[in-house]
Design a binder for this molecule. Sequence first.
Ligand SMILES: O=C(O)CCC(=O)C(=O)O
Ligand SMILES: [Fe+2]
Length: 266
Amino acid sequence: MEIPEFRLGKELTPEQLAFFDAHGFIRFRAVANPAEVAELIDATAELEARFIAEERQSVLGIPLKYGRSEDDKPFINRFAFSSHYSERIKTFVNDARFEPIRSLVGDDCRLAEVEKDGVVINNFLNTPGSAYSKLGWHTDGLRDLFYLMMPKQMLNVGLYLDDCPREKGGVRVLPGTHKQGIFGTLFRKLYFLDNRPDRREVALETRAGDLTIHDGRLWHRTAQATLSGEESRRRTMYMAFVDGPFIPREESTRPPFYHRFQKLVG
Ligand SMILES: O=C(O)CCC(=O)C(=O)O
Ligand SMILES: [Fe+2]
């Protein structure tokens, strides 16, 4: 499947809407410029230095995922709620350019900043000390079932901070699986345990500054890089657009079940 070279304008075009509706995902080129990408990388580095200095283990009850670098220094593989802790990230994610995306969900659609996992920055690195180099098949919306709710409409919007050619691994999606019904959402694959390639999967190859959207019901996985070390680094920032009841998290909130489950299965 060829993924079209869409651009994000003031509104989604009928062609973009049709593609997203049919396949459950879409990719927009160059939504952030190189200076903005550099700013986000810098803001993340600042956050990382602060959390490491504080020896902070969790943010709003969600664990920070630590890895160890090749020279045995701690680094952070996954930052939840990044915009809640960084003004610089908050300013960027609230920019007007993301407004057209809200229209995909509806009038009550909002960016989850203190709900779910907030704005998540992933730092995938294929090294022995990395806590995060791949992720098994899953849908993002099922997390709502772990919160004991039926899946609500949810979009996961990813901004790429690094180029991501196929050799870096990255997201593989099963097009159309957002329309499979609740049974498929629950049982198509074994959640997080299965990381095997699927002959229908499509690789979401991207460049730094690109934006991808996937439906919360779409099955996807993160393939492990065939590159290793620094060359494999893949940083993304995920913004969840949600509707439904507002359930903010607080520092004392317990980690949701899926985080404890992911820890068990590695
Ligand atoms: O590797 C990625 O960019 C996607 C990660 C992912 O699917 C998730 O954290 O839910
Ligand atoms: Fe995901």
